[in-house]
Design a protein around this ligand. Sequence first.
Ligand code: SF4
Length: 476
Amino acid sequence: MARYRLRPSLTPQPGEGRNWVIADPMLSRAVRLGEADARLARALVAGGSVASLAKSAGLNQAETSARLTGLARLYLLDGRRSRDRIALQAEKTAFSQALGLGTADQPIEWPRGLDPPRHGCIGTGGCCGATFLGPLNEADVARVAGLAFAGGPQHRPGDVVLEQVTVAGRVHTGMRRDDSGRCVAQRTDRLCGVHADHGAPVKPMVCRQFPLRMYRSPRGVHVSLLLACDGYEQARDQGEPWPQREAEVRALLAEGASLPRVTLPLEWSAGLPVPEAAWWLLRDELYALEDTSDAWVWLAAVVRHVGLAVAEREAACQEGDDIVWRPACHGLDAFLQQPLAYLDFDAAAKHADALREAACSSLPGEAARLRNLARGLDFLRSGRSLRPGGGLVAEPAAKRHLIDIVANDLALQVALGQLDAGLGALTRRLVLAESIACALAADDHRDHVTGADTTRALHVVARSDAECSKLAILPQ
Ligand code: SF4
C-alpha cells in the first residue's frame, strides 16, 4: 500500500482567512491552499496511506485521492516528480539569466518539416482586416496615435486611429477598424496609408511582423508562421528559403518584435516536468514521423508517440496508485482514427448555433469568419470529409496546406503550454480547417478541395484561437 507525505522541508502555515500557505523556497514560490487541501497537507506532514490520510483530513477516499493528485501536480508530495522538478530549477534560473543578454547573438531555429511552410508577401492587404489589429506596443502607440496619413474611405485627417479591446480583463490597443472591419489606414487600393506616407518602419510592429511568429527558448529564437494570410496559396510559392530571411528577422528582433518565451521547466502534461533536452529529442522524433501525403496520418502517429512517451514518464514519476492521472490528449488517438465515432455531435451543433448568433452582432469581416467556423462544424457533423470514404478529395496544394498546419504548429506546442493540451489544440485546428475547406468546396458543388479552399480555411482557423479553444467537440 502506497504511503504519501509532504516534501520534508515544507510546512503548511495559516494564511489569510481560512486559507493556508506553504512557503517553498526551493521553487521560489508560496502555494496557497484552501481549507480541505490544507487539512490534507497537514496530515501529509506525518504521512500515511490514502485511508489514514482520508481519516485525518475528514475526507472520503475518492476525494482524498483527487486532492492528493492535485498536490502532486503542484510538486508538493515527496517523490521522484518533485525531486525532478527541483533539479530543473537550475535550468529555469539559467534561462532567466540568459534572457537578460538579449537576442542579438541568439541562433535562429527556422520552421521544420520536409517542406516547411513558407511565405513571401504578395500584398493582398487581407491581413489588415482582422479580428483585432494589434496589440500595439508602447512605441507603436506613441508613434502612430497622432499620425496624419491618407487612409481608407471612412478616415478623415485628425480622426482617432487607435482602438482598445479587453481580452480576459486586459486592455489591448490596436489599429481602429472602420464599419467594414478594415483598418482605417488601409486605402481603397488595399495598400497601407501609414506605409505609403511615412515608410514601412513607421507601421506598428505587429503589421511589420505579420505573418512571422517568434518565441524564445534556451535554444534561441524560433520562427514559424501565423497561417492567416488570405493569399497563402500564392504566398507559399513566393517564400524564399528561410535562412535567406535571417537579416529581416534579426532587424525585427532588434526593433522590438513580439517574442514570448517558453516557461521552464517544460511540462509534457500538468505536473510532468522534463529537461529541455528531452523536448528537443522528442520534437525531432515527431518530425521524423512526417507523412508527406496526409496530415491526419502524421498527426495520429504524433499523438500515439507522445502518448507512449508521456505515459512512460508519468509512470516513472507517480507517487502511488492513488494518484489519478489522465493527460489532456486522452482519447485523441481514437478520435483521429474514427472521428465520427467520438465526435460530440450535440456540442458541435450548439457551438455552431452560438457562432452564428455572435456573427449577427459582429463587423462584416468578423461575421464572415464566425459563419465559416459554424459552417465547418455543420460539415463535420455531415460525415463528409477528405478521409477514405468521405466523398471529397484534396488537390496537392490543399493536402500540402493541411500538412503545413501540423508542421508549423507542432514545434510550438510546448512553448504554448503543456504538450498534451497543445496536441488537443492542434487537432482542433486541423479538423476545423479541413471541414471548412470541404464545406467551401461543397457549397461550390465540387468534390475536390483546392488550395484556395484550404487558404480560406487556414485564414479562418488561425484567427479563431479564442473560439477554437472553447470547442468541446473532442473526447474529454
Ligand atoms: S497600419 Fe497599415 S499594415 Fe497595419 S493593419 Fe493598418 S493598413 Fe494594415
